[in-house]
Ligand binder design. Structure first.
Ligand code: 5GP
Ligand code: ZN
Length: 114
């Protein structure tokens, strides 16, 4: 069942609307919103509506929902160049212990285009 959330988790609170966020897309399984400290304009996070710290803690139906959302966001932002990033564990630079996929636009530094 969707929504197995953790009352103490900041991303679970974002899903529930207890912490404000700039929502981009929401589906039965996922919630996508802007990163509060963007490394590029449009830096988005796609999170499962299921609390788990690492990829292997998350049921497949939530994970298979996430990449089509990344596609939709990339198309909506007309991105041709971008990174998808998902960190697991402190050593791998994970700060928030709720799985999240970063969609990081990589635009041409000289023109600001693409
Ligand atoms: P990590 O290093 O865990 O892969 O990335 C965590 C990301 O979550 C960071 O890019 C950080 O800016 C973002 N973040 C942390 N807290 C919040 C928050 O309360 N709201 C939003 N929108 N983003 C957050
Ligand atoms: Zn959570």
């Amino acid at each position: 069942a969707p929504t197995a959330l953790d009352a103490a988790c900041i991303f679970c609170k974002i899903i529930k609307g207890e912490i404000p966020s700039f929502k981009l897309i929401e589906t039965k399984y996922s919630y996508a919103f802007l990163d509060i400290q963007p490394t590029a304009e449009g830096h988005a996070l796609i999170i499962p509506k299921y609390h788990g710290a690492k990829l292997h803690d998350i049921p497949d139906e939530f994970l298979t929902d996430a990449m089509p959302i990344a596609k939709r966001l990339a198309k909506a932002m007309k991105l041709d160049t971008y990174n998808i990033l998902q960190n697991n564990g402190k050593i791998a630079h994970q700060e928030v212990d709720h799985v999240h996929f970063h969609l990081i636009p990589k635009r041409d530094e000289k023109t600001g285009l693409i």
